[in-house]
Design a protein. Sequence first.
Lengths: 252, 66
Amino acid sequence: MNRAVVSSYTARTQALITATGLSNTTKINAINSFDLEIQSIESKLTNKALYLLFLENSTWNARNFLGTSTFDLTFSGGLTHTASGVLPNGINGFANTNFKNATHLSSGTNYTLFFQSMNDSNIGVDIGSFSTGTLVVLDIEARYGGSIYAGQNSNGYLTASNSDGSGIYINTRISNSDTRLYKDNILKASSSSNIGTTSNIDNYLFARNETGYASFYGSKKALTAGIIDGLTVGEIAILNTALSNLKTNLGV
Amino acid sequence: MIAILTTEQKDSLIGQTYDGECYFNPIQDLNDNWVISEQEIAQSSLQWLKDLPLSEYQPKPQTPLF
């Protein structure tokens, strides 16, 4: 009797396995559990970008886990692909997400940037863009000169002191009057001021896109990173927990 | 660590990948030399790159973000 083979993995996990040939069961099971956890914020993930950067080679790490290949990463410069993330060299290593805020965010303005940092360094932009013409910045600097900075997709920043650049950083705007910066699910800064601008240039990972060229190269190793729609406080907690559990399940 | 390139060497690397996926990214250092990183060299199969001497990177001064 023929039996249908039913995958025990989520569609996204199975798609990753099929596309890459990934066979490491620790990684597969960790990814599958992560995907099950983030399905409760699915409406914020559709046609957005999420990168799993612990797959140990550039071809696999470039893939947008959420499936929209438009946002597959384009890597350039000095990068090292390890089991605990991609380490940029702080000199010329970065990746283009090919994700443009005004075009690809559902509202055009509300956003979430996240960056899961595996090490401390006190330099560089970790993910983001800066439109020099309109002076619009959207980014995360997990630690720069002793502070976290989070560009608000405007000409403003959220900021807080930070003595360790590792951790899970989430920079989100759910409405023009509600922007928040979290580290490890702890609110570090927020703003209720009205913000109405946005830019339309690609966001870079491990640097910022300064209207066409990479600047402020970072040296923080990323386990994951992404650009999705704006999150509520409850959704921030879900994402943070899922990212934290992923790191634990990977054993890194 | 970085290696200094001639302009011709830099031009030959533009648009090329060093591992089939990652692009070379020559940048200019403090003295306007074109340089690439040791990571790019280590992951490339181009033998002539591996013969280049490595030295400390001297960055251009950058206006602080804040």
